[in-house]
Write a new protein. Structure first.
Length: 181
């Protein structure tokens, strides 16, 4: 997919070298590209232009790109906004979508990835929902915690119920913090 010569793209990225690379790549595809390195610069650019698309870095120095996503969406709810980040998390992905982003990509992403992210695809109901395999260490820890909770966090009684020496259980507990209920 390629952008038309009328498509204006705002890139909000504080990494100057990466921003220049993206800018050149999108310009070769026919976009008119505007660059901002901070939320304030992005807001100032919106006074004179109305980009149809935006690429926003999640971490802009000490500022959050989520504030930029919110401002861009408030400025034009039809703007397609892709959040790009090297600090991906489920929480920030959910918030970015709630605030108006159409997609969320993890760096490194290239121009093809970003351009494809602008095309909103309908959700897929047939995506497999698989159980995550649990490691033996995780199962062991969950069982230890369960028995500790049952015994009121009495280490001696928990060790007896688990069939292990008290010192062995104490050593295992020393490796992991146990929250008391």
């Amino acid at each position: 997919m390629s952008g038309s010569t009328e498509t204006e793209l705002l890139i909000v990225e504080d990494d100057a070298a990466f921003a220049r690379t993206l800018k050149r790549s999108f310009e070769r595809r026919g976009y008119r590209v505007l660059l901002a390195t901070s939320p304030a610069e992005a807001q100032a650019l919106l006074q004179d232009c109305a980009p149809q698309r935006a690429v926003v870095d999640l971490k802009l120095g000490t500022a959050s790109g989520l504030s930029v996503v919110q401002a861009l969406h408030e400025h034009d709810a039809g703007m397609q906004i892709v959040v790009l980040t090297g600090f991906a998390s489920i929480a920030t992905a959910v918030e970015a979508i709630k605030l108006g982003a159409c997609n969320y990509l993890v760096k490194p992403s290239n121009t093809d990835d970003i351009e494809a992210a602008f095309v909103q695809q309908p959700g897929k109901v047939d995506v497999p929902v698989a159980a995550r395999p649990t490691s033996i260490k995780t199962l062991e820890w969950e069982r230890i915690h369960e028995v500790l909770a049952e015994t009121g966090f009495n280490v001696s009684e928990a060790a007896r119920r688990l069939g292990m020496h008290r010192r062995t259980l104490a050593r295992k507990l020393g490796k992991r913090w146990v929250p008391e209920s």
